[in-house]
Design a binder for this molecule. Sequence first.
Ligand code: ZN
Length: 417
Amino acid sequence: MMTEQEELTFEALPPSQGRGFARTWWGRAWQQALEDTVLDATLLRRGRKHARAGAVGAVAVRPGRITARVLGADRTPYRTDVLVQQLDDADWERLLDTIADRAGHIAALLDRDMPPELDEDAAAAGVSLLPGIGDLQPECGCGEWDHCEHTAALSYLVARLLDADPFVLLLMRGRGEARLLADLQERSAARAEQDTGPGGAPGVRADVAYAEAGSLPPLPAVGPVAGAGTPPVLTGGAEPAAGLDVAALEFLAADTAVRARRLLADALAPDHGRTPPPPELTVSQDAVRMAAGGPAARIAVRLARGTGRDRGGMERAVRAWRHGGAAGLAVLEEDWTPDPAALARATDQLAAAWEPGSRPRLRAAGGRWTAVGTGAQLRYGPDGRWWPYRKEGTAWTPAGPPAPDPATALATVLEDA
Ligand SMILES: [Zn+2]
């Protein structure tokens, strides 16, 4: 019976050349189960190569299943799953009894260690804790029905995760850490009561524990902020509910991770607070910002539709965003009335920048000046800068970053014309 959503996600590990995958006996046993199952040395070598090269994305571990996106040799990402046999309820009862029988087992697990005696005790109780030959079942988006280089890469990487935390193995086998520890505590308490009678269980008085909290060492200094991770694969073998766009959710999760990382890095920066925070974006601006992050085409279409743009409109908006963020987008999509004094000053600047006679002829409409016969346009923005535009098809399209003076902006777009 699953009483809680049990899942762990591990961010992608950086590439690491030359080291083995497992150092602990249980990590090696996992690796052995893979190698005994696959047998094909070439395939295993490719799997190790991918895993070392950082081709395995964030790994999601759930009861009976591990999942990740794995980049193939052709750089195509495949959704890759390895299914692990779960222990049944009777197995779990016996295993929990075995662990609870020895105080040292629980202490070792809490220390992220798994003593070989635990495995031996479990085996004596008829439970095989580690998977054996044939216990790792592959499922890969590359279409291979048997193990492939992607399932091998994922399995090798998981050996490394297991090394760091044997609870990962127990989760694959069906139960997460929180539930396991609660079950073990219950068993230990029941045993202590058998030993000493009700209320006689040893413990620490709450006031003593509270007083000791003050003597804890200080928290370590915050190190440099790591890069934002890749999001996990959100579907765990189950079909998503109707109408749920899983790819869009994964995209939002990735976007959120990148922004959260930036906020954290800013908050920790030495000059934090000296520059004003960026202004809040409207929904329409935020959709363009996300579209500029290069989502899958289908998601870009949703962002465009959701904000009343057609495809070409969103493409132009994205270009405006890349050249100048919200200010660039305003110049593309909003009309405004510039100060005539600023336009008069610009006329003088343009006159000074070209030899008389070679100066392009400009037709002005408010803050939009079109160079006649060139397909080039200048737009004066509310930010006081000049933005180069080029005519593509029938639409004026952002053509570059802004310049403080009109001559520079016009020169960039005329050179390209
Ligand atoms: Zn594959």
